[in-house]
Write a protein that binds this ligand. Sequence first.
Ligand SMILES: C[S@@+](CC[C@H](N)C(=O)[O-])C[C@H]1O[C@@H](n2cnc3c(N)ncnc32)[C@H](O)[C@@H]1O
Length: 245
Amino acid sequence: MSQARQLYRAIKRHIIGSINRRRDVASVFEMIYRKNRWGGKAGDFFSGGGTGNEAIAAQYIAAIERLADLEGFRGMKFLDLGCGDFRIGSRLVPLAGHYTAADIVAPLIAHHQTHYHGPPVDFQVVDMIDGPLPDADVCFIRQVFQHLSNSQIAKVLPKLEKFRWVIITEHLPSNEHSAVPNLDKVHGTDIRLMRNSRVYLHLPPFSLPQSQLTTVLEVPGHGFDGGIAEPGVIRTLLYRPQSGV
Ligand SMILES: C[S@@+](CC[C@H](N)C(=O)[O-])C[C@H]1O[C@@H](n2cnc3c(N)ncnc32)[C@H](O)[C@@H]1O
């Protein structure tokens, strides 16, 4: 991408960030879906390339199936926080004894309540930042933190301590060594990768014990509309908050 184009994109991100800073999280993500900012057809709910790309989705589902057997959580209570369009979550439902799918966008949850026709799922409007989290054994947070600010992520982390297993997926730059950890951002469509940064949960301001974090899967990322050249990698971590440090 030319330098002029990079500058144009950076200015655009800055302007959108200034607008989003003044808007609450629910209305920003509701607008993202209403205006199809992550793609999809007008009127559809679409959560972006990390969801819609079958190679990425299939490897994720297979990895969670393996992990469920390894860790022994098949048939337990699952909570999918920031479930989005539910293309991924709906494929995890058969592994669970009880499945709660939660998102902050009320029209998205209402859509799932009327259009989803698989095995039973409890769809709930939940704000993981400022609200309480439903109970579960296993909690999935897939490609959500990457869209939130550091202080918003920091508010969620202590609430995760009640789960035995937390499975967190993030889209990161390919070159980990040159990436700047935990650059702050305003909640919205974009992710830190676009500024060569990423969420490192074991580093400040989060500082989760590294001994409680294990990499489960890493797959090549997808491209972005509008010419971000870096496809990045999509990494899934298992966080065991209740294991000894
Ligand atoms: C990129 S989508 C990921 C969707 C899904 N997890 C997946 O991997 O396909 C991020 C989702 O997080 C949701 N989200 C953002 N902030 C949230 C919050 N505070 N509480 C609950 N959901 C939130 C958004 O509405 C959006 O649906």
